[in-house]
Ligand binder design. Structure first.
Ligand SMILES: Cc1cc2nc3c(=O)[nH]c(=O)nc-3n(C[C@H](O)[C@H](O)[C@H](O)COP(=O)(O)O)c2cc1C
Length: 198
């Protein structure tokens, strides 16, 4: 099994989502590639970068080709993985801007999705994703923080998504302890289930 672990906590290795994702991935076993968006942030998608996505391959300038090569590298990591684990902190009611910039660089027409008569079709199929969610408050699974990521992943073809929640981390020390314990129990359950499938 090949796992791509995407960390997006601004606290780096000290982030709760990163810590829990590390624990989950260590138990999964197999080969692991880590993409740390705090250490190596993806640039914001601006007009010049999106222009590179739109330019015909033969017409690309060297600068546009460099943008494509970088995007292709990110997409290549996704294509090579059969399991994707995303550390997903909640910052100001949304996902980290670094993760949004990453998503903006992997959504490419004809590469990760295509338009057909029946609408958009995702091309990164046959993969399983786990979202390791860390939040100061308690919002549950219907909050746009989680549903947005689910919708984005489905758009590029990743429809098999499961969640590990660590919530209430900023409410009180007891609430934090309880939130982390719940997340670790979920990790345990998922790892036992994965082990039974091997
Ligand atoms: C800049 C910032 C903004 C935050 N905004 C929210 C928020 O809107 N809602 C919430 O429940 N928690 C919020 N929190 C708390 C984080 O969700 C919590 O610290 C969580 O552990 C972050 O995940 P991480 O430790 O993996 O970075 C915020 C934390 C930071 C640093």
């Amino acid at each position: 099994m090949k796992t791509l672990q995407i960390n997006s906590s601004l606290f780096g290795p000290g982030g709760q989502s990163t810590t829990l994702a590390n624990e989950f991935v260590a138990q999964l076993g197999g080969k692991v590639i880590v993409r740390d968006l705090a250490k190596d942030p993806v640039p914001h998608l601006d007009g010049a970068r999106f222009g590179a996505f739109l330019a015909k391959p033969a017409d690309r300038t060297p600068a546009q080709q460099a943008v494509i090569d970088y995007s292709d590298e990110l997409i290549g990591e996704l294509k090579a993985a059969d399991t994707i684990v995303i550390g997903l902190p909640m910052y100001n009611f949304g996902i980290p801007s670094t993760l949004k910039a990453y998503f903006d660089h992997i959504a490419r027409t004809g590469v990760t999705f295509k338009y057909t008569d029946k609408g958009a079709v995702g091309l990164l199929t046959g993969k399983k994703a786990y979202l390791v969610v860390a939040r100061g408050g308690v919002y549950g699974n219907a909050h746009p923080h989680a549903t947005y990521v689910r919708d984005f992943l489905a758009f590029v073809g990743i429809t098999d998504v499961e969640y590990i929640y660590a919530e209430g981390l900023a409410i009180s020390p007891a609430s934090k302890e309880q939130g982390l314990a719940k997340a670790r129990a979920a990790i345990q359950r998922l790892n036992e289930r994965e082990a039974a499938l091997i």
